[in-house]
Design a protein around this ligand. Sequence first.
Ligand code: ADP
Ligand code: GLC
Length: 476
Amino acid sequence: MKILFVTSEVHPLVKTGGLADVSAALPAALQVLGEDVRLLIPGYSRVLEKLENKRIVASFSVFPGQPEVKLLSAKMPDTDVPVYVLDAPLYFCRVAGPYQYELGGDWPDNAMRFGMLSKVAAMLGSAASPVAWRADIVHCNDWQSGLAPAYLHLNEDVHAKSVMTIHNIAFQGNFDRDWLEPLNLPQSCFDMHGVEFHGYLSFLKAGLHYADRIVSVSPTYAREIQTTEMGYGMQGLLTARNGDVSGILNGIDENEWDPATDKHLSARYDSRDLTPKADGKMALQQRLGLEVKARAPLLGVVSRLTYQKGLDMLLECLPKLLDGGAQLVVLGSGEADLERRYQQLAQRYPGRVSVTVRFDEALSHQIMAGADIFLMPSRFEPCGLNQMYGMHYGTPPVVRRTGGLADSVSDASLEDGTGFMFDEATPAALYRTVVAAIDCYRDLPRFHSLQLNGMRRDVGWRASAQKYIELYRKIE
Ligand code: ADP
Ligand code: GLC
């Protein structure tokens, strides 16, 4: 099958979160299983800088009145998965983030930027393909490619089938209806049974309405988004299309995330011998200015600092945990208020709390390996990759029983336990669970078996990539 995987971020070219990791690993896993899979990504400045041996394969116009764009072809670093780059410098060659400018606001022309990405994806899946290759399946990811199924549907020629994967339903890409015309969408599709969502043009709604199949990144989240509490307004549509909705749990890329081979670690280890993990912990404590104490429970957080991740709840119970002898290392950025409160905590607890507010790939690996316990108290979590990295690195996670956290972690009370789970989204429930995790950490044999359970669990992509292939075959 010819599969076009459309994404707005992909590791190691551009990354703001888990979507980038999935966009690198899933296509690579599909390729290993014999599929002809190619990526389509926007030509952000850093993509053009990092990607070598690019060739121009087409120049064409996407929307009337817009300058011509180019399609470049290259191979992904490390995996050799073919990638098409939408080179439209006016829209993508900008300093700062893929979605936002430096001070944190959304780029005002995001509708045009990602509308264009979606349209090119649809072209690559139809007779109008600007290259000799034409996709059988266009696999869209999140709102940024949500219009592609709409463009495919509106095209009367033979065209590809589409799959829409929801990585996070809270991000919907809702824009003023005035964008319909520049995006070349007929007014007739501005309807409840179309792209309209509460008076706005919604990219995600379009994807959910027009795609042939809808996937979410864990079975539990696929159910949760069909409820009023967690559907962010899309629950009605999802419930109506229930038969087309499924959940496929993400995997992790073991070429990038394996404590035995991780290029970011100075002390590597595997499940046969965890001693070097202790060296990594001490190196981390030293580097971040924490007191170097081998047996102080070191709690780790690597996260976007947002409401979703529940880290405001953690702030409330930290003083008690720290007074009890724990240490904390945080790497993350996001909401200004949370960044500030975590930085204040670090000032209040020198030697016991380290807070780094930036994006740092190497440090994220070092925390995964050096921490004793990983914290992920998310209010909602479509899948979550960090808890899987934690388990794989012998750093049992504390997670709330929601979404992909519920599907990937087993509670320590079970024979095959890999982490610690709680239900209520309250600081008290989180506190109790972290205390239980610290108690377990002090019980060496018990903690060790939990670490080994996590490290030996199969969290690779193979099984999930197979499930995607089965799904593509059903609709092809
Ligand atoms: P989400 O996509 O919701 O942010 P995931 O757990 O799926 O959550 O994936 C987060 C990814 O982003 C992981 O690879 C994690 O290591 C990475 N990450 C998050 N914040 C940072 C940061 N400040 N520095 C480096 N990596 C980060
Ligand atoms: C989103 C979700 C996260 C998921 C990731 C990759 O960013 O918030 O839970 O792991 O996408 O699918």
